[in-house]
Write a new protein. Structure first.
Length: 67
């Protein structure tokens, strides 16, 4: 195998590699976006839960003080 054949083979391998990497990056970015959306929903639920707990405890304290 001469050097030109080797260069052509390497160019083909690089072209294939670039296409595969591009597809993997697209998949990775899509998954990261899904993870970010899930984390945002979890954060919202946590804030609502914490706010509800604070209001409940404040109500208990007020009712105990008014007795």
């Amino acid at each position: 195998m001469d050097i030109e054949d080797r260069v052509v083979a390497i160019e083909k391998e690089m072209s294939t590699h670039e296409a595969q990497c591009e597809e993997r990056w697209k998949t990775t970015f899509n998954r990261l976006e899904e993870i970010e959306e899930t984390l945002s929903r979890m954060e919202s639920r946590l804030l609502v839960g914490a706010g509800s707990m604070i209001l409940f405890l404040a109500g208990v304290i007020v009712s105990l003080l008014l007795e």
